[in-house]
Design a protein around this ligand. Structure first.
Ligand code: NDP
Length: 328
């Protein structure tokens, strides 16, 4: 059983972070949002940037920007906010040699911790605060006085203070304002990967099939794209699902539509798919997927490149260009 509790703003204090330096490594989606939110919450924040494409942005936002090694050495709490695939090498090269006992390491996704790709030295706290929101929204919601929910977990408690540090970070980025989900790294990582590899994988495949079957039957490709996602009706439906529920929103559709959806759902996604979904979960839980993906990384992403090239060559891409021209 994957246990969790919800922690709200009045249950967390910034106190464990006061007088300490937050070193945010990476100034991309999450890096910028979290650094700005923490500074507005009254914390001391510096930036460590690995290359230079985001450096200007951090300087413009009035942060002190150092190399990753310098920032890791200066920081008490070090946030690894570069892409997950880049974290291991950066950690080994520039962060680990500069860690001191008593430091805390912070991750925004549990993948590298869960699959032990990054193992921190024993004297260091390791926590996860993983927003369930894209970076720009983490910032936007904070500025509006709200926040983005996040999964939080203590992965390694060296100081005995790791939970307090984790909650203080969740508060500083605005997450406890809407309730932080405190559970385990396994909960966050496995549910996230399952959504990507089963739910979204199936959705993309369903949309692709929709396109192929309708185009084959003579419907204009750009109109199929418009109907399927381009009109943004699908995006609006998802917003309503979040607001009033998966089945609650059904009342917003005609009865013909409701009948069609309910009577045909189990025909187009037959019961056997349940076992295919279970198999994806197993690959995630046993680490089989992580091993495959690590091998891909070591070989220079050959399969990934092929799959991406195939997707970019699909006729959907031309149809979309036509659809956007049509909308101009
Ligand atoms: P980004 O892709 O936005 O990170 C960009 C930053 O990483 C830049 O500072 C860039 O440096 C640096 N960087 C990019 N590629 C490399 C590389 N190969 N080696 C070293 N540094 C590199 O990352 P995200 O903010 O999307 O993700 C950060 C963490 O947040 C991840 O753990 C992710 O899973 C998690 N997360 C992300 C969400 C999102 O909104 N995307 C949502 C929730 C969690 P430079 O300026 O030198 O190019």
């Amino acid at each position: 059983m994957y246990e969790y509790e919800i922690i709200r703003d009045d249950q967390a204090s910034l106190e464990p972070l006061l007088g300490k330096t937050m070193a945010v490594i990476g100034y991309g989606n999450q890096g910028q949002a979290q650094a700005l939110n923490m500074r507005d919450s009254g914390l001391t924040v510096i930036i460590g940037n690995p290359r230079d494409s985001y450096l200007e942005r951090a300087v413009k936002d009035d942060f002190e920007v150092l190399t990753v090694a310098e920032a890791a050495a200066r920081g008490d709490v070090i946030f690894l906010l570069v892409p997950d695939e880049a974290q291991k090498a950066l950690f080994q090269e520039a962060i680990e040699p500069n860690l001191q006992p008593g430091n805390a390491l912070v991750f925004a996704h549990g993948y590298n911790l869960h699959y032990e790709l990054i193992v921190a030295p024993p004297g260091v706290d390791v926590v996860m605060v993983a927003p369930r929101m894209i970076g720009v929204k983490v910032r936007e919601l904070f500025e509006k006085g709200s926040g983005a929910s996040s999964y939080c977990a203590v992965h390694q408690d060296a100081s005995g203070q790791a939970r307090q540090i984790m909650l203080a970070i969740a508060k500083a980025i605005g997450s406890t304002r809407v309730g932080s989900i405190v559970g385990s790294v396994a909960l966050e990582t496995e549910i996230d990967l399952f959504m990507e590899q089963a739910t979204w994988a199936a959705m993309v495949q369903v949309l692709k099939l929709t396109f192929e079957v309708l185009v084959e039957a003579g419907f204009p490709p750009e109109i199929v794209c418009h109907e399927t996602w381009g009109s943004r009706e699908a995006a609006e439906i998802f917003a309503e699902v979040a607001r009033i529920g998966l089945f609650g929103q059904m009342g917003l559709h005609s009865q013909t539509s409701q009948y069609g959806q309910m009577s045909r759902g189990e025909v187009v996604i037959p019961e056997e798919v349940r076992d295919l979904f279970r198999a994806r979960l197993k690959e995630i839980q046993t680490g089989q997927f992580a091993r495959e993906w690590e091998m891909e990384r070591l070989l220079g992403y050959p399969v990934f490149r092929k799959l991406r090239a195939r997707a970019l060559a699909h006729p959907i891409n031309d149809a979309e260009r036509k659809m956007w021209e049509m909308e101009e």
